[in-house]
Design a binder for this molecule. Sequence first.
Ligand code: AMP
Ligand code: ZN
Length: 488
Amino acid sequence: MTIQLYNTATRRKEVFEPLDPDNVRMYVCGPTVYDRAHLGNARPVLVFDVLFRLLRHVYGEDAVTYVRNFTDVDDKINATALARKEAGAPGTLEELVAERSDETIEWYHADMDALGALRPTKEPRATQYIAQMVAMIEDLLGKGFAYAKDGHVLFRVREYDKYGALSGRSVDDMIAGARVEVAPYKEDPMDFVLWKPSDDDLPGWDSPWGRGRPGWHIECSAMAYDLLGDTFDIHGGGNDLQFPHHENEIAQSKCAGHGFAKVWMHNEMLQVEGKKMSKSLGNFFTVRDLLDQGVPGEVIRFVMLSTHYRKPMDWTEKKRAEAEATLRKWYDHLKASHLHFSEGNLELYQSSDAYAPDQEFLRLLKDDLNTAGAISRLHELAKESGSSSINALLGSMILLGLVGPKTDIDLLSFSGVGWTGEYPRHVEDLINDLLFARQKARREKDFARADEIRNGLKEAGVAVEDSVEGPHWNILPGFDSSKLEGLL
Ligand code: AMP
Ligand code: ZN
């Protein structure tokens, strides 16, 4: 069973044949780390996480190298650092810039971990690859594809005859679309920046063209070359990056003489309730906003994967509620078959053929990541009662990242934490129902009700601890289940 992927560069689905099945290589453009990731940013993370998992399943856990960068050279990062400095924060501007990037990367990790996304194999930061960028720019200058003027280095777009092939635009169309900036240091308005000068109050690095910083596009070309080599298998990102970012990456890398990426994959954009997500429409929110409202990461993941990655995806409250209900049902179904999700158990399931993912589910995923179809198949499996269907459901959910060591304990409606088995099943269920009601109250901003439940649990002797993975509970000595009655 081969994997087929839609290649933006050729505009068709192709059988995926890795350059080296022992080292399948993928590069995905990562975030610019100036603020919390919004919900749209999570879409490429989840799409390419599923691809990463599928490739690991097919070629082996250690046979896939997935690189996703952090862009930590950015005016918005600098602006925050500058504002902090002006407000009296200690440290140099460089230190404050690094501090802002560090904190944003930490948030990004916490948020994407909560969505069950595996960390990529390598997560390079642009600022750690400046030397490689300078070397690539020098190479392009030497070959006549770039020129230096007034502390800037520009790429000569007209020297690369395939420019525009990925996004299907001609250079003249692009100029007519007036999406290019005219500047005195440019020979041609289409030319784009490889290197630009930095003022004294901006981060900068010494270079043959003076103190400055790299353009955004050269970052990815240089990091991909350094970490994945001359030619690699897959390059991904959102389709808003096709032009100019990916077009420019291709021009730079090809003109430097590299093979670069074979397959180009782009996810469509995310919208909210049918509208573009934007601050002015008031429908802009971050992944963390949702998690804080008590929406479990698995639910966000499920909603995202319910739409094929090449279709626009609409986040709606209705989908959130349906996803939560479905997952709850499936987790209960697995739990009823005594399948538990501790790390040890998961390792066991993953190493056993008895819990292999369902064949039809796999066939759908291998068909250009048809996650929507794959989820429909899970609905079918969840309706069956034989142990082989249940085991296949579990194996498939593990592959899709819907079950993992961090799977939300609250959503699971059971807790292994502190459970002694001395209490009847209905007490366990009651506690979980109360925690669910508390999350619901929080989501609806009924904080009085949420507090009432929390205090009631405390009085009965149930300790609740909130974590990024959701609430955990523990039964304390002196627990009195009768105090729980009437709370719900
Ligand atoms: P940025 O930090 O803006 O460069 O974006 C990081 C990643 O998120 C890129 O792959 C973008 O294509 C992707 N992205 C940004 N906005 C959206 C959106 N609304 N829907 C889907 N992907 C998005
Ligand atoms: Zn990139």
